[in-house]
Design a protein around this ligand. Structure first.
Ligand code: CU
Length: 611
């Protein structure tokens, strides 16, 4: 195990808090947005924590690095114009504020609601639409629901058009936006049902000889794969030093892989609904939202769990037991060939190593699944479930932007846009990226039968060339290659990034949302490895006006050919909700795949036991 990349432990979180409280000169009201492993690269041989604090009295966000061995604070500074993420503790605080606010209680009364304790108020990030309050205050927009008595679906009964607006720093409601009473949908939308079918027989997965992986701390060896499991408060699950043991030689593939940002823009322009644009990573944080997983429910089989330490806003450490799940799965056949004339069939089974974690953020639940296959493939899959954001029908009909999915309930068109970040290290530090496109050759002397298919590979030299979109028409994919290491056939060794089902954004690029999430307009970005270029919409998207992150960094059009590079892939799941998504959504999948593409000299699974 590389101890420098292990997640922070309880002692280190406590030490980070005490050093910052001692050294930073913060007001007593200041709280801790992030205490996470330092990955700045400034102190490569020491363990440290990146610490970010918010100070309400001055509306300032500040950050620096705590070094554990020397017990000191380095580089502490105010980040001009930055607004810290919204923490779960602030959600609770805001809900309590609303339940006691006279104007809000009156707005509830207008809707026939007398008991505010049954109303859930969530304080969503406000975005940045140019109002003064967004520039000078820490703002959140409330969304409200009447909770059901069973307590299993707080979102079933939306209270439409009612939005308390919070100043989270002052801990007060600055006004209550009320766009008019809409009847509250009547059904409590229970998720847990008294009648459950009895005809499903148990599936039991056993590994009598134990699993095929070995674990040393956070370091994992499985089949020919090696990797180290890591964690960041913001990214959640991080994978380090992914490599493949090829005939006794460990060949590096990626130095770091993680989901770096996700944003969910909604397509309803009315009332305050245009503000629904959650950056779940940058505005709330995936790591702090991870579930504690349960054997037999979240994960089935022979499971190795990893616990993770996170913290609350006072910096008090909080253990997420079983935050990361790892197991092996049988995955059907690996390969098969039959020779009927010889009555001979050869077949091998495929299996994969699964590393996953699940985050619950408000109404939605996201599973992040990483698959390592024996053939050298790496699968990345998001499983989205939970409760689609509901709104109440006005006048008995859905709006042009939504669809009826429940009794008096519509849900609006939206997208879940993920940005995955990969520090590449294919057989060494310096890599390049190319794009492959296929086309039909013109009919002519070289193509008399009109069947010829042309293959064109274009290698990117600089960042602006490498901002690319998917194209099913040309069967487009991208290759990461090492131009100085060659396979048996003399070609540079490479992995292909094969897009899966994907989509394009519909927000206008010059809209507030378009500027703030500009990364979503390209499915591929390639940048040089720079330690603090971690998040594609910048480090502080909350209330940010936009333009930060990938568009800002890549404007310099830096060289990326035969350099240390980062590959970013945008995965866009377009969601037009269905009645079948209600009251809780069956898992939907969004995924893509890395495949060796001349990295090996032949099928790397020829040694897998066959029959
Ligand atoms: Cu959705």
């Amino acid at each position: 195990m590389n101890p420098l990349k292990a997640p922070l432990n309880e002692t280190e979180i406590r030490q980070s808090v005490s050093v910052v409280r001692r050294e930073a000169g913060l007001d007593a009201s200041a709280w801790f947005e992030t205490i996470s492993l330092d990955e700045s690269g400034q102190f490569p041989s020491q363990r440290g924590a990146y610490v970010c604090c918010y100070e309400p009295v001055s509306n300032r966000t500040l950050a620096g690095i705590v070094l554990f061995e020397s017990d000191e604070l380095r580089g502490w500074h105010h980040i001009e114009g930055a607004q810290a993420r919204i923490l779960p503790d602030e959600f609770e605080m805001a809900c309590e504020l609303a339940r006691k606010h006279e104007g809000f209680l009156q707005a509830l009364k207008k809707r026939g609601l007398d008991d505010a304790s049954k109303v859930l108020v969530e304080s969503w990030s406000a975005g940045n639409f140019g109002s003064d309050e967004e520039q000078n205050q820490r703002i959140a927009y409330g969304h409200c629901w009447l909770m059901n008595d069973a307590g299993d679906n707080p979102y079933a009964r939306p209270i439409a058009n009612l939005h308390p607006v919070f100043d989270l720093a002052a801990r007060e409601i600055i006004r209550v936006d009320d766009f008019g009473v809409v009847p509250i949908p009547p059904d409590p939308g229970p998720v847990r049902r008294p009648q459950q079918r009895q005809d499903l027989k148990e599936i039991s997965i056993t590994q009598p000889d134990g699993p095929s992986f070995e674990v040393d701390g956070y370091h994992v060896k499985w089949h020919d794969w090696e990797l180290q499991i890591g964690f960041a408060q913001r990214d959640g699950l991080v994978l380090y030093d992914i490599g493949f043991n090829d005939g006794g030689r460990l060949r590096p593939i990626m130095k770091r892989a993680a989901m770096a940002e996700m944003v969910v823009p909604y397509g309803d322009p009315r009332a305050a609904n245009f503000r629904r644009n959650a950056f779940d990573t940058g505005e709330y944080g995936i790591g702090v939202s991870l579930d504690s997983l349960t054997l037999g429910c979240d994960c089935l089989g022979y499971i190795r769990y990893f616990d993770i330490w996170t913290h609350d806003w006072q910096g008090e450490p909080r253990l997420i037991k079983n935050a990361v799940c790892m197991h092996e799965e049988d995955f059907g056949i690996q390969w098969k060939y039959s020779v009927p004339s010889a009555d001979q069939t050869t077949v091998t089974r495929s299996r994969r190593l699964v590393v996953s974690s699940i985050a619950t953020i408000g109404n939605y639940v996201y599973g992040f699944f990483w698959y390592f296959y024996m053939d050298g493939g790496i699968g990345v899959e998001v499983k989205a479930t939970g409760i689609p954001f509901p709104s109440a029908l006005e006048g008995g009909k859905p709006s042009p932007y939504g669809r009826t999915i429940g009794n008096q309930i519509e849900s609006h068109v939206h997208q879940h846009v993920f940005s995955f970040r990969f520090d590449m290290a294919l057989d060494g530090e310096r890599n390049s990226v190319s794009e492959i496109n296929f086309s039909a050759a013109p009919v002519g002397d070289d193509n008399p039968h009109g069947n010829a298919i042309l293959t064109e590979e274009t290698r990117f030299e600089t960042e602006l060339q490498a901002q690319r979109e998917i194209n099913a028409r040309s069967s487009r994919y991208w290759r990461v290659l090492n131009p100085t290491v060659h396979n048996r056939y003399g070609d540079p060794v490479a992995y292909k990034l094969l897009p899966g089902a994907n989509s394009f954004p519909f927000q206008h690029p010059d809209s507030s949302m378009g500027r703030r999430a500009a990364f979503m307009y390209k499915h591929l970005w390639v940048t040089p490895q720079v330690a603090d270029e971690m998040y594609p919409a910048g480090w502080f998207p909350n209330q940010h006006a936009g333009g930060d992150g990938l568009p800002k960094w890549t404007a310099a059009d830096r060289a990326i050919d035969n350099e240390s590079i980062v590959v970013w892939h945008t995965l866009n799941y377009h969601h037009w909700p269905r009645p079948e998504d209600w009251p809780v959504q069956p898992v939907v999948y969004a995924s893509f795949h890395w495949m060796p593409d001349g990295f090996f000299d032949e099928n790397p699974t020829m040694d897998v036991p066959h029959r």
